[in-house]
Design a protein around this ligand. Structure first.
Ligand code: S3P
Length: 438
């Protein structure tokens, strides 16, 4: 099991390229696999979660090649060209792989078993099983958790579905199943969740145009292979945006970061707290806006985070909590109960860790209150959660003494080069196996 030790550091003055967006990488593989012809994915995230999706399609007979680092080609087999895998598909720690694949596989004519690690097997899958069953899917679970047995079926029926929680994974599972359904599937979201599936479908679909209704899908969509350029992941960039904001004298440039408006709430939240973040060189990468972000250090202040911003920053709350811990005043997060069913219970994980480092923090059922102060050195548990581990690694840079983070192996699920890039830009993090001294 890997430990990280993060020592206090000085200003981050650098330019960095962050690996590809995890959500977009998963979707590019999925659409590429069921499209006609080849898809070339440039800038793909080569993290464990995405590789789990890639391996799953290889086991279903899809030809995959990795001609050079960051590039994957997928030989699309068409919507009905996947073949029955000879063994269960092990999706490791990846909730996105499991939920989206459940939707995509619900309409196949063969059976599939989806499984994963202990964390993934404890996460709620009823939220996808319920609408997919309404469409006619036959899915067996362990009390609404994985392993899931998805039975082959001849055809699904389109439904109108009102999402009970703001979840891009549930929305995307229903959309992917909608590609295999008779009639139209339409989805209504209470709050907009990330819309990468809608944008990707527009790129791959022959019949979609700018004016198509993104959340209406029909079974007659024809998908054609594409060249997909994947933006750098704003969720990974967020760790260094907070680090640069908090370390006096910093000036950090992060290249080609995805700034999809359903994902950029972290920039809004940090700016409201006083962060100095500017955007330049805005471009389009396969229907996704990207830009270079320039971050200068600044004083941060506690705020009440708007409930409207929660879905758009759902993966960034661990590092937002670190920003709050170093800000002046109190930050309140509410309406974020979803944080309790991520790779760990991120409310408990952050509050316990911050308290262990001398910060006043408390839980509410759907959020947390954090009073800013001096983060002290100490030891924290990541609960096997990649984003908790990386958030506390950044906290070590601004703490008064080193922070030791236990159980950090899962960083490789979303950001395998985290330690290397962190050290290149000026943080001071070492990695060690628990059997060795750190
Ligand atoms: C994701 C959606 C989010 C996010 C996850 C990736 C996706 O989950 O937390 O890391 O790629 O669709 P929910 O859709 O469950 O909120």
């Amino acid at each position: 099991m890997t430990y990280l030790v993060s020592k206090p550091s000085s200003a981050l003055i650098s330019e960095a390229t962050i690996p590809g967006d995890k959500s977009i990488s998963h979707r590019a593989i999925m659409f590429g696999a069921i499209a006609e012809g080849q898809t070339r994915i440039e800038g793909i995230l080569e993290g464990e979660d995405v590789l789990a999706t890639l391996n799953a399609f290889e086991l279903m007979g899809v030809g995959v090649d990795r001609p050079c680092p960051g590039v994957v080609t997928v030989e699309g087999v068409g919507k009905y060209g996947l073949s029955e895998p000879v063994r269960p598909l092990d999706l490791g720690n990846s909730g996105t792989s499991m939920r989206l694949l459940t939707g995509l596989l619900a309409g196949q004519r063969f059976d599939t078993v989806l499984t994963g690690d202990e964390s993934l097997k404890s996460r709620p899958m009823g939220r996808v099983i319920e609408p997919l069953s309404e469409m006619g899917a036959d899915i067996e679970s362990q009390d609404n958790c994985a392993p899931l047995l998805i039975k082959g079926c001849s055809e699904l029926q389109g439904i109108q579905y009102v999402l009970p929680v703001a979840s891009a994974q549930v929305k995307s599972a229903v959309m992917l199943a909608g590609l295999y359904a008779s009639g139209e599937t339409s989805i209504v979201e209470p709050v907009a969740s990330r819309d990468h599936t809608e944008r990707m479908l527009r790129a791959f679909s022959q019949k979609r145009s700018e004016g198509s209704k993104a959340l209406r899908i029909s079974g007659d969509e024809k998908l054609v292979g594409q060249i997909v350029r994947v933006p750098s992941d704003i969720s990974s960039a967020a760790f260094f945006i907070v680090g640069a904001s908090l370390l006096p004298g910093s000036e950090l440039v992060l290249k080609r970061i995805g700034i999809n408006p359903t994902r950029d709430a972290v920039l809004r939240i940090l700016t409201q707290m006083g962060a100095k973040i500017s955007r330049s060189d805005i471009q389009d990468f396969t229907n996704e806006p990207v830009c270079d972000l320039v971050v200068h250090s600044s004083e941060l202040y506690g705020i009440d985070i708007s409930i409207q911003d929660v879905a758009g920053a759902i993966d960034e709350f661990p590092i937002i909590a670190v920003a709050a811990a170093a800000a002046t005043g109190i930050t309140r997060i509410r309406g974020a109960a979803e944080l309790r069913v991520k790779e760990s219970d991120r409310i408990t994980a952050m509050v316990n860790g911050l308290c262990a480092l001398g910060i006043e923090a408390s839980e509410t059922p759907d959020g947390m209150d954090i009073t800013g102060g001096q983060i002290k050195g100490g030891q924290v548990d990541s609960y096997g959660d990649h984003r908790i581990a990386m958030a506390f690694a950044v906290a070590g840079g601004i703490a008064s003494a080193e922070i030791k983070i236990c159980d950090a192996d899962n960083i490789a699920t979303s950001f395998p080069d985290f330690v290397e890039i962190a050290n290149q830009i000026g943080l001071n993090i070492s990695e060690s196996d628990s059997t060795e001294d750190v």
